[in-house]
Write a protein that binds this ligand. Structure first.
Ligand code: CA
Length: 241
């Protein structure tokens, strides 16, 4: 899955929440040069609107915003049950902010002024920590044989198309994580996705894959989370969803 891992890195989506325009545009253009897709907001309200509708691989979060405290973003993510990576970027050299931020689920903290190279290294490190490379393994009665590109359910091989295999492998390495459909589409189809203009092909692949899992009595189920994306769950955990 080397190609897939590179793809997921190349299309990583970043949200910069920052009201200092110069710093915002400098950070944005430097990260874009490195191949990230970058959204931004200069206000707390704008940021919260974005995190409700989109999942980001990494959110760069300033604390002192014109319309409120950036820590509110972490509380909102928690309420939404989202696990976007967050790096707090703050000039305010306050140990309280740092501790509160990490308590609220931030992954890292970088004091301003920062070097873009260090910021980029932190983004990559968090992403590696949270998205381990896909690996072979059994998840309930579903076994992924990565090298052979085969899937066994109850020890019987099931027939999957190439994209279906990639999708299943992707989810098996992210069990119980909500994956939004943009992220999934970018992972599976890369840049081609933008030119397709709609999600029909994605829905078709997901429908076929879900049917194959069900027909083979898989102990895993791909749940659709309305308006947000999909989650692979173990069936016995269904009641906790
Ligand atoms: Ca600020």
């Amino acid at each position: 899955m080397l190609i897939a891992c590179i793809e997921i890195f190349l299309y990583m989506k970043i949200l910069i929440i920052e009201d200092e325009e110069n710093l915002l545009h400098l950070t944005k253009s430097e990260l874009e040069k490195e191949g990230y897709k970058v959204d931004f907001s200069t206000t707390l309200k704008g940021a919260i609107d974005k995190i409700i509708t989109t999942s980001y691989d990494c959110i760069l979060l300033d604390i002192m915003l014109p319309d409120g405290n950036g820590l509110q973003v972490l509380k909102t993510l928690k309420n939404l049950d989202k696990d976007d990576n967050v790096i707090i970027l703050s000039a305010k050299d306050s140990i309280d902010d740092k501790i509160t931020g990490l308590d609220l689920g931030a992954d890292d903290y970088l004091a301003k002024p920062y070097h873009i190279a260090e910021l980029s290294a932190r983004i990559k490190s968090i992403n590696r920590r949270k998205n381990p490379s896909n690996k072979s393994g059994c998840f309930g009665n579903v076994c992924i044989l990565n090298t052979e590109k085969k899937v066994l359910i109850n020890n019987k091989e099931i027939s999957l198309k190439k994209k279906e295999f990639e999708i299943l492998e992707f989810f098996c390495n992210r069990i119980n994580r909500l994956i939004d459909k943009d992220k999934l589409a970018e992972f599976v189809w890369g840049e081609d996705f933008d030119s397709m203009g709609n999600y029909d092909f994605l829905y078709t692949q997901m429908k076929n894959l879900r049917k194959k899992l069900k027909d083979s009595d898989a102990s895993l189920e791909l749940k659709s989370v309305y308006g947000l994306g999909y989650k692979l769950i173990e069936k016995e955990n269904e009641s906790s969803i």
